[in-house]
Design a protein around this ligand. Structure first.
Ligand SMILES: Cc1cc2nc3c(=O)[nH]c(=O)nc-3n(C[C@H](O)[C@H](O)[C@H](O)COP(=O)(O)OP(=O)(O)OC[C@H]3O[C@@H](n4cnc5c(N)ncnc54)[C@H](O)[C@@H]3O)c2cc1C
Length: 405
């Protein structure tokens, strides 16, 4: 048992912190106002080897571990607590990794090196309008016609569609499709990399539009309506009808990084609050001297430490699982990543709610940015890579059995 980062990991953390200070922190509020392009920041991340961090050097990646990705997600969220930049980073550490694991060699060689240089994007298109939690119940139909797959259906709340369309190469989405009867549930799910733009050419058969969001407004999320949208058979990930496990693996790794990002935002909110509660004098004393404030501050700080350890443990398990070390099972990974997301996101939301109370009325005005962080972490409280109830469901099933619904 060792609670210290290795020298390499500590140096890496310091270098990401510096990237955050120089290229992210000065722009995060403008990003959140929609007045600064995320691609400006993304190009700096790519220059510093932070896009596709977990990809192998074989595809131009830096061979980073998920522990390193967790460290980076926390630092980037500390620099941009509205979470737009960490979301860019973490999606590109999680879903391209799944492409690397399951795509045909030719697809990996084409897409992944372009992603690490910041010219391409890979996201996730799972959620449908009738409900995102039931992945095995999704309906987007894929039919094999004249040697290519045609997708028809609707994906809702897909982050990064307009990013993929804006990048020179383009990009695609790990897309959950139905390739058999709905009654077969997870046994007729096939996961494909649906390219909205490839080699500079926009695909056909889809419509999209960005939503207006309450928070984390620096990174766009859209709907994706598919009407006979073509997918080359080489872009199937894993086996036909074997896609459920592919997408679940992606959720497992993404949830850990979401946990790390939530920790970064919570840390930022606690630090902002510390200055404030020590300086704000009401009834002749700093409000930090009142136990209703100081005890909550102490409790949230302790929970932050504990939640970070859960994130690190989940990342450590994932790294061991993929390196084939020890006896880590995919269920251990799924369980730990669900615990990490559950604990961290709730901690971050609670920290935000306390922080806006500590700041009082001024928190409601844009001069005080703490509300932006609360709105950012709420994105992961209401949805995005599985709701908090779904995290409970995963953990409850692993502890109590499959009968838990
Ligand atoms: C900012 C943002 C970005 C997103 N980006 C993406 C993206 O890039 N790609 C993508 O595919 N999706 C994305 N999503 C969608 C997200 O993944 C979904 O919101 C999430 O999976 C939940 O689906 P839903 O919103 O349809 O809720 P529903 O599935 O309709 O659930 C509604 C409520 O019912 C609860 N519930 C459902 N089933 C159960 C159960 N068995 N037991 C207890 N409670 C239950 C849920 O916890 C939730 O509270 C994004 C969402 C947001 C907010």
């Amino acid at each position: 048992m060792d609670f210290e980062l290795s020298r390499e990991e500590a140096l890496f953390r310091d270098s990401v912190r510096e990237v955050g200070e120089r290229y992210v922190k000065p722009h995060w509020v403008e990003l959140d106002e929609g007045k600064y392009p995320i691609l400006e920041v993304a190009s700096k991340l790519a220059e510093h080897g932070l896009v596709g961090l977990t990809l192998s050097s074989r595809y131009g990646g830096p061979d980073g571990t998920f522990l390193m990705a967790s460290i980076a997600a926390e630092e980037l969220a500390y620099a941009d607590p509205s979470l737009a930049v960490p979301v860019y980073f973490l999606l590109e550490a999680a879903w391209p990794f799944i492409v690397q694991r399951y795509a045909r060699e030719s697809v990996k060689e084409e897409v992944l090196p372009r992603l690490t240089t910041g010219e391409a994007w890979v996201g996730i298109a799972s959620t449908e309008p009738q409900g995102g939690s039931d992945v095995a119940g999704e309906r987007t139909e894929a039919r094999l016609v004249d040697g290519r797959w045609l997708l028809t259906g609707e994906k809702n709340m897909v982050t990064g569609v307009s990013i993929a369309l804006a990048l020179p190469y383009g990009g695609g989405f790990v897309t959950v499709t139905r390739t058999g009867p709905v009654e077969a549930k997870h046994r007729s799910i096939t996961t494909m990399l649906f390219m909205v733009k490839r080699n500079g050419t926009v695909n056909t058969g889809f419509e999209t539009r960005d939503y207006e969001e309450w928070g984390r407004r620096g990174i766009p999320t859209s709907y994706l309506r598919l009407n006979n949208a073509p997918v080359d058979p080489d872009f199937v990930l894993g086996d036909v009808n074997g896609g459920f496990k592919v997408v679940m693996e992606g959720f497992n790794v993404a949830r850990i990084l979401i946990g790390a990002a939530a920790i970064g935002a919570a840390r930022w909110m606690l630090e902002q609050s510390r200055e404030w509660i020590r300086g704000r004098v009401v009834f002749g004393k700093p409000i930090s001297s009142y136990q209703s404030v100081s005890f909550k501050y102490a409790e949230l700080s302790a929970r932050l430490e504990a939640a970070r350890l859960m994130v690190y443990k989940a990342a450590w398990l994932v790294d061991r699982f993929y390196r084939g070390e020890g006896s880590v099972s995919i269920m251990d990974v799924a369980n730990a990543s669900a615990m990490a997301k559950m604990l961290t996101v709730e901690l971050a939301v609670e920290t935000g709610l306390e922080a806006v109370k500590w700041f009082g009325g001024v928190s409601y005005f844009k001069e005080t940015p703490v509300m932006r962080a609360l709105l950012g972490v709420l994105s992961y409280y209401v949805g995005a890579e599985g709701t908090q109830n779904i995290m409970r469901l995963i953990v409850a099933r692993s502890l109590l059995g499959r009968e838990v619904e």
